[in-house]
Design a protein around this ligand. Structure first.
Ligand SMILES: *Cc1c(COP(=O)(O)O)cnc(C)c1O
Length: 236
């Protein structure tokens, strides 16, 4: 069996190759290791291999692992659907939230974050393929949501996150990621100072990198297949 460290190294090589192929600067794409359904020990192994950013989808599961890993300076990213009764805890226990998709959630995160902590880094989740996921703001609502988040000093608007419909067809992957990038660029053209395009997972990250992703969120290529109970993306 291949170790987590070896899989991480192989993945870094594939990221590097995708950067080169896309004419991007080596090192311009950050890897977020998605550890949902995997143990604190697996996270510890990845951390020992040099990985410092981890993404989690389910709050309680994440809090349990954070407690077990308190000794490590991990950067925690929340990437799952957000229920409004979880915003307090999410705002306190994460450095980033990728899945903000409505005004009420943004306001609650901001209120909970308060002025003592540094602003919470936020991406707006864009729904690019309505059939794939009910989560995410649609392109029409994006500017309104971005404007509101920009006015909440406890949040720092960083960019856009998306989970396109899974497909093996690389041209189709590219087309979906391109739509996300176009929305990202439209926001920047309107004056929003964004630096983060969070898209691409184990099966489609090379296409995401080709279309400008600078955070890719990869789980199974690092940690192996997830136990079936949590083997769903973005569903509850
Ligand atoms: C699970 C998950 C990932 C990682 O998926 P893999 O296919 O295991 O790489 C990325 N982003 C989100 C939002 C997820 O829920």
């Amino acid at each position: 069996m291949t170790s987590i460290g070896e899989r991480l190294q192989a993945l870094q090589t594939r990221i590097h190759d995708a950067e080169i192929r896309a004419g991007r600067l080596p090192g311009s794409v950050q890897l977020l290791a998605v550890s949902k359904a995997h143990t604190a020990d697996s996270i510890r192994a990845a951390f020992s291999a040099g990985q410092i950013r981890f993404g989690e989808n389910y709050l309680q599961e994440a809090l349990d692992k954070q407690l077990a890993l308190q000794d490590l300076p991990i950067e925690w990213h929340f990437i799952g659907p957000i229920q409004s009764n979880k915003t307090q805890s999410i705002a306190h226990h994460f450095d980033w939230v990728h899945s903000v998709d409505r005004i009420k959630i943004a306001q609650r995160l901001a209120a909970a974050r308060g002025d003592q902590l540094s602003p919470l880094n936020v991406c707006l989740q864009l729904n690019v393929s309505a059939e794939a996921s009910k989560s995410g703001v649609d392109a029409d609502g994006l500017i309104e949501l971005a404007t509101l988040v920009n006015h909440l000093p406890q949040l720092r608007l960083r960019g856009i996150m998306a989970i396109p419909a899974p497909t093996k067809d690389e041209a189709q992957q590219r087309a979906q990621f391109r739509r996300v990038r176009e929305s990202f660029e439209q926001l920047k053209d309107k004056g929003f100072a964004l630096d983060t395009l969070s898209m691409g997972m184990s099966d489609d990250f090379p296409a995401a990198i080709a279309e400008g992703a600078n955070i890719i969120r990869v789980g199974s290529a690092i940690f192996g297949a997830r136990p079936s109970v949590a083997n769903t993306v973005n569903q509850h």
